[in-house]
Design a protein around this ligand. Structure first.
Ligand code: HEC
Ligand code: HEC
Ligand code: HEC
Ligand code: HEC
Ligand code: HEC
Length: 468
């Protein structure tokens, strides 16, 4: 029963593909014929899937190619192999390009190594060999978004994926990484029997459950309740979000129980009394934001119009004579004909690929200029706090400015770590940067005027528990 419902769902999504190429009909037939033979619920090697779906597999392998765009993509950078890092090509270092990042993350592993992200092909190697593994002991929880994990969860949990998830999170990274062989693969986004899109990550299932509960929806189950169209964002939302590791079990957690917007995420962390680290130069209880593409996309006009990650990053293309979904996940500005123009032409038949790229770059250029203003303001606050500390001010004197640094830093970092350089939600990006500037400047005023009342409530963040 469940099986046939899933199949109907797949058929509903696949109709345009069938009409256009006739590919899916035949591929479903082969899938069932070959199902017993090769693909099982634990086949995590994409090459095995590639025997049945060679076109998607070939495109998937292209994520190995590195191409820069004006603000994104990635630049191949030669690397001399060392004892801890055998890679010969990496992507450009962001901390070498911008020393502001080093000052903002002082005392945290990101100040040692942080690079431009690149294609899915590299996700496992880049995680294994980052210098952040050398300077800090990382948990198995890191693996959740950097490997094909369906069979690992099941093996570790003896058939129970949630148990496997909990076990893996708490392991040391060095142990957990021995249990995986592939970057994100077919099995992580597709049901092996029906090929329907599915969510395989426990943290995203739980994140969506608590987020929907905040909107009054009870017992939301993403695999049961999401529409096929929503799944075209949710498969990506499994990994492209802000996260932290909760408690001693290092449970990968998305901070969404109050909502997906930055104020709500900030309030969540304040209420939890959570800090990622203590800023080395100022003593502020700071937070590191990471890749909130899912949250920020949600605030933009495209999401509002029902346009998903897949529409732009995995558009429908003609490849070797067949109509397929482009499994070469990359910047849409490298393929704006399929990723932007095909859709925009429906409303404006004369719009060119060049014009759409230029609209995107204009948004990004303006965003980047504002981001620089926010960085300058934050560095101003950090310098003033350092000076006040050196002048012998007490912790009580510094408390307000330190809390404002926490806020200004998280707001700037959230938008800077979001990898579209403002494109996914331009106005929301500008609003958050403006708030960040405001917090930095208020922090500077607070250091000069002990009676100054900031526009936000100062929250006391308890010191981190002593390491066991
Ligand atoms: C309307 C089209 C559109 C949608 C929808 C969209 N993106 Fe993007 N995305 C872009 C553009 C344009 C860029 C900027 C690329 C560049 O600078 O080269 C981008 C950049 C990115 C990047 C960085 C890519 C790079 O080359 O540096 C990631 C990662 C990303 N998006 C993920 C997502 C995820 C995940 C979603 C859904 C939650 C999503 N995007 C939704 C258009 C879109
Ligand atoms: C919730 C999913 C998720 C978790 C958990 C996660 N990552 Fe990532 N990671 C990503 C995504 C998405 C990217 C690409 C976007 C980016 O770099 O901003 C990425 C990029 C990276 C990169 C390449 C860019 C860089 O930062 O130099 C490294 C290295 C990395 N992660 C290491 C780690 C480590 C170490 C951990 C554990 C502390 C970890 N990741 C946990 C999703 C995750
Ligand atoms: C990050 C998620 C993701 C991964 C990984 C992934 N796919 Fe897909 N795949 C999609 C999406 C999204 C679609 C579009 C389906 C839809 O909208 O229902 C799709 C569609 C397909 C289809 C239907 C035909 C088509 O091209 O539209 C096939 C077959 C397929 N994928 C095979 C594979 C194979 C083989 C692999 C591994 C080499 C793979 N996929 C990896 C997300 C993924
Ligand atoms: C299992 C976790 C995971 C899933 C699922 C996932 N991503 Fe990623 N994605 C990553 C990581 C990790 C990286 C960075 C890899 C690196 O830098 O080595 C990345 C990189 C990217 C990039 C940057 C490519 C470049 O050339 O700079 C884009 C774009 C992207 N992902 C979009 C998507 C979209 C769209 C989806 C859904 C269809 C998706 N991702 C699903 C983890 C994931
Ligand atoms: C599947 C359809 C679709 C795709 C793909 C798509 N767009 Fe859009 N785009 C829309 C819709 C719909 C709107 C909103 C129009 C409206 O209602 O005013 C929009 C709005 C925009 C806007 C105005 C944004 C704003 O904040 O007002 C820009 C710029 C834009 N798109 C550029 C792009 C670029 C560049 C790409 C490729 C990276 C792209 N779009 C991909 C459908 C799409």
């Amino acid at each position: 029963m469940k099986q046939s419902r899933r199949l109907t769902r797949l058929a509903a999504v696949a109709i345009p593909t069938i009409l256009a190429g006739g590919f899916l009909v035949s591929s479903i037939a082969t899938l069932f014929a070959a199902d017993e033979a090769v693909i099982t619920g634990q086949t995590d090697d994409p090459a095995v899937w590639g025997r049945i779906f060679p076109l998607q597999y070939e495109l998937y392998l292209k994520t190995k190619e590195m191409v820069p765009t004006k603000h994104g993509g990635s630049r191949p950078t030669p690397h001399t192999p060392t004892a801890t890092d055998p890679r010969t090509i990496v992507s450009q270092s962001k901390i070498e390009e911008d020393k502001g990042l080093v000052a903002m993350w002082s005392g945290y592993a990101f100040a040692v190594d942080f690079r431009e992200e690149r294609g899915h092909y590299y996700m496992l190697d880049d995680q294994r060999y980052t210098q952040r593994q050398v300077v800090a002991k990382q948990p198995g929880a890191c693996l959740n978004c950097h490997a094909s994990l369906v069979s690992t969860y099941l093996k570790l949990g003896e058939g129970d994926a949630n148990k496997g998830f909990a076990k893996m999170n708490a392991m040391p990274y060095s142990e957990a990484t021995k249990l995986v062989d592939h970057p994100v693969g077919c099995i992580d986004c597709h049901d092996p029997k029906t090929l329907a899109l599915r969510v395989t990550r426990p943290a995203f299932m739980e994140g969506m459950r608590v987020y929907k509960a905040s909107l009054g929806v009870k017992d939301y189950d993403v695999n049961r309740d999401a529409s096929p169209a929503e799944m075209r964002a949710y498969v990506c939302g499994q990994c492209h979000d802000e996260y932290y590791f909760k408690g001693d079990g290092k449970t990968l957690t998305f901070p969404w129980s109050k909502g997906l917007r930055i104020e709500q995420i900030m309030a969540y962390y304040d209420e939890a009394g959570f800090r990622d680290w203590t800023h080395k130069d100022t003593g502020a209880p700071t937070l590191k934001a990471q890749h909130p593409e899912f949250e920020v996309w949600n605030q933009g006009i495209h999401a509002r119009a029902g346009v998903t990650c897949v529409d732009c990053h995995m558009p429908s293309i003609t490849y070797k004579g067949e109509t397929v979904t482009d499994h070469w996940v990359r910047s849409p500005l490298l393929n704006a004909k399929a990723g932007c123009q095909a859709c925009h032409q429906k409303h404006d038949p004369n719009v060119t690929e060049k014009e759409l790229i230029s609209r995107a770059e204009e948004i990004q250029d303006r965003h980047w200029a504002l981001r620089q203003v926010a960085m300058t303001a934050l560095l101003g606050l950090i310098d003033d706090l350092k000076a006040a500390k050196a002048a012998g001010k007490s912790d009580a004197d510094l408390a307000t400015a330190r809390y404002l640094q926490r806020r200004a830093q998280f707001y700037l970092d959230f938008i800077d770590a979001e990898n579209s350089t403002g494109f996914h939600a331009p106005q929301e990006g500008a609003r958050i940067l403006a708030e960040s500037i405001n917090y930095s400047r208020q922090g500077q005023i607070a250091l000069r005027d002990p009676n100054f009342k900031p526009t936000v409530k100062v929250v006391d963040i308890p010191p981190p528990p002593a390491p066991k």
